[in-house]
Structure formats: C-alpha cells, structure tokens
Design a protein around this ligand. Sequence first.
Ligand SMILES: Cc1cc2nc3c(=O)[nH]c(=O)nc-3n(C[C@H](O)[C@H](O)[C@H](O)COP(=O)(O)OP(=O)(O)OC[C@H]3O[C@@H](n4cnc5c(N)ncnc54)[C@H](O)[C@@H]3O)c2cc1C
Length: 414
Amino acid sequence: MQKEFDVLIVGAGIIGTSIGAELSRRGAKVGVIDKGTVGRGCSYGNAGWMTPCFAMPLPMPGMLLKSMKWLLDPASPLYIKPSLSLDLASWLFQFMKAMNETQARRAVDALVVLSQKSLTEYEKLGQKYPEIFFQQKGLLMVSKTEAGVSAAVEELNYVKNLGVPGKVLNSDDIRQMEPALKSPLLGGVYFEKEAMAEPYQVVQALAKEIRAHGGEILENCTLQDLPVSGNKIEKVVTSLGEIKAKQVVMATGSWSKSMARMMRLRVPVLGGKGYAMIVPPLETQPQYPMMLVEKKIAITPRQNSLRIAGTLELVDQDFSITPKRVDNIKKGAREFLHLPEELQVQELWAGLRPCTPDGVPLVGYHDRISNLMLALGHQMLGLQSGTGTGLLVSDLIEGKTPFVDMKVLDANRF
Ligand SMILES: Cc1cc2nc3c(=O)[nH]c(=O)nc-3n(C[C@H](O)[C@H](O)[C@H](O)COP(=O)(O)OP(=O)(O)OC[C@H]3O[C@@H](n4cnc5c(N)ncnc54)[C@H](O)[C@@H]3O)c2cc1C
C-alpha cells in the first residue's frame, strides 16, 4: 500500500471524523486511519449531550478542596486513584496550577464558542442523517439539596452572559416538566437550547460525509511511527504500510500521550474513565436529558431505552470495569428515578475521556514539527465541541483567522 493524502488524520472518533468531514467538504484529499473501527473509542457510548452550558474545564477554581476529598473516597463520582506514577503526579501538579479564575474564564469563553458552533453543525447533520436522532429539547439540571441547586444556578450565571440561555426552576416547575422524577426535589435549572443525539450514529454519519466527499477511511490500521526529517513528518508508518501526507492531524483521544512519545513530544493526557449503561425504558420514561447534580449522573432518554452515565476516575489506559462504581451510578440514579428493583442492564460500557490537566483541548500546529496538527484532549465535551473543532482545524489548515482564542487551546502550552 502506498497512499498519498493532503491531510492524514489519525483517530476516527468524533474529533477525527469531524475534522475529516469538514476538510473533505472543502475539497482536501483526506485520509483517516484508526487502529480499530470507526467510532469505537470514547466517542462510542457517551451520554450524547450537545450542551454548551457544560463548558467548564475540570480544574475550576474552588475544586482544590474537593479534589483532595476525592483522593480519599473511591465511592465519589469523581475519583483520582492515588498512585506513584510520575505522569499522574505531574498531571495533578498542572491541574492544581490551572485552578485560577482568569484562566478558567478564558477557557469557558473558548469552549462555549466551540460548543455553540458545533451545535449549529449538528443541527444540519441531523437534518441530513435522521438516524443520529438529533433532538433539541433542552437539558434539565435537577437537585435535591441547597448546595446542588446553588451549583446549578452558579453554572447558569456563569454561561448566560456568553449567550447560553436558561432559567431557574423550583420543585413544582420540575415536577410538571418531568413526571419521571421522584419527589422530593428542591429545584434546578432548565437550559432550553441544549441538544442530544446518538453518539455512535453521529460518528458514523460524519464517516459517511468523509466518504461521500472522496475521503478514505482505513480501519484496523495502527499508527506505528512518524519519522521526522528536519522539522517535518516525512512519512506515516502504519500496520498496513507507509502513507505519504502533506499534513498529519493527531486526533487520538486518550491514547495521545503514547502517540506523542513516538515523536518525543509532551502531551499530558490521562484517561477520565466513565461508565454508561443502557437499560430498558422506564414505566414513566424521562422526556429530557437530565443532570442529577449532586450525583454527577447523566440521564439520556433514547428511543426504546435509557442511558445512564457517570463517574470520572483518572487512569492511564485502564478500561477495566469496577462493579462498585457501577453500583454507585445505579444507586444515585435510583434516588431520582423509579428504576425497577431488578435493573436489567442491556449494555455496560467504559470509556476514557481524554483529559488534559487544565481541562482544555490542545488544538493547533506543533511548533517543532511544522506539518503536525494536534486536536485532542477534549475531556468531557468531545461530542459537544466536535464539529466546532472540525471547523477550527480546517480554518487553521487553510490559513484562515481562527474563531476562538487560540492562546487557550495552544497545542504547545505544556
Ligand atoms: C461516560 C461518558 C459520558 C460522556 N458524555 C459526553 C457527552 O454527553 N457529551 C460530550 O460532549 N462528551 C461526552 N463524553 C466525552 C466524549 O466521549 C469524549 O470527549 C470524546 O469521545 C473524545 O473523542 P476523541 O475523538 O478525541 O477520542 P476517541 O473517540 O477515543 O477516538 C480516538 C481514536 O483514536 C484511535 N487511535 C488511538 N491510537 C491509535 C493509533 N496508534 N493508530 C490509529 N488509531 C489510533 C482510537 O482507536 C480511537 O478510535 C463522555 C465520556 C464518557 C466516558
């Protein structure tokens, strides 16, 4: 095999396929490779939310104390397993350094813009590919505690000045909107413009776009080496042979740290492990996607089932499933919803969110390797910011002025 492309994208998750679809629409000769099959990484089973309201990076100011508590509590929705790994220690150091108001505000600004651009793109994609089940019903944040309601209202206050509308609800408002919820509830927030879709179908639709515009996707094709000559990648060595490409885009999600090591680059991405389970529809099926605030559990109604997703455990390429953490998700969901006594789990999935220490993706050209673009580290918002990242990377490749503050996303900041 000796193939040649204008742009070769490594990784066929939501980020890689979003970039591939946009570039091939713009006329570039695009190739995408994946070590597995399209969309089976973290983009496979996520909650399917396209929610600009959730643009907060993980290390928000005020998280320091909380993160210390997680260290000690494996049952918490967010957990950092203590370990002696140097990678983890340096990641945590950078995470704590990133907890400052100015940095967080700039990050939220950029991530909201990226997510809103994406939402518009998903709406168009949904019209062309109804199988992605794009629905713009809004999103409910619901809580049983004062602290939870305050957190939801704080989130609303933070993002409404950035053009994300929402309203505060009391318990009666919520009960009327969503009869599937158990009482008592204290209140919450309704973000009316937020959307949801089937995440795996979204990636498949983008793959169809790539092929329809003359692009090629090579599955079961693992990147093995990227020899650099001078300041340029000379060729791409894969398990299926060598490929020539004028530019290479790295969209390898939680695998990025080891990918980058191939070229002696520093890309501090760890996996934020989360679980999602598909269960049969409830007797009173929820109508809205919902965030159960204090449990950090995401409920997504599907056509003939329900997706319950949650937890974030910081790991390094560990896909194992811990039954105790799955039980905690079920227990948390049960506090809010009428789940049957014997909950039948039709599918249980674990995915690794690609997490950078400052909670912001790395997007842009590498300053040492002139034809290498990074587009990775989208943590908990890879779907909601995916198609926006596709637009952004395509603009950068075409030399256009980017539509977000590139300092925040700077690919060389670590
Ligand atoms: C439980 C859970 C719920 C979530 N809910 C949401 C949500 O509602 N909304 C949202 O926006 N985000 C959500 N996320 C986060 C979102 O899923 C991720 O941010 C997103 O999927 C990351 O996409 P990606 O394309 O960067 O990575 P991936 O989808 O993991 O894709 C990376 C690809 O790179 C390939 N690859 C790796 N190494 C190589 C190699 N050597 N050669 C070739 N290919 C390689 C992999 O096979 C993989 O297909 C959730 C995540 C979890 C775990």
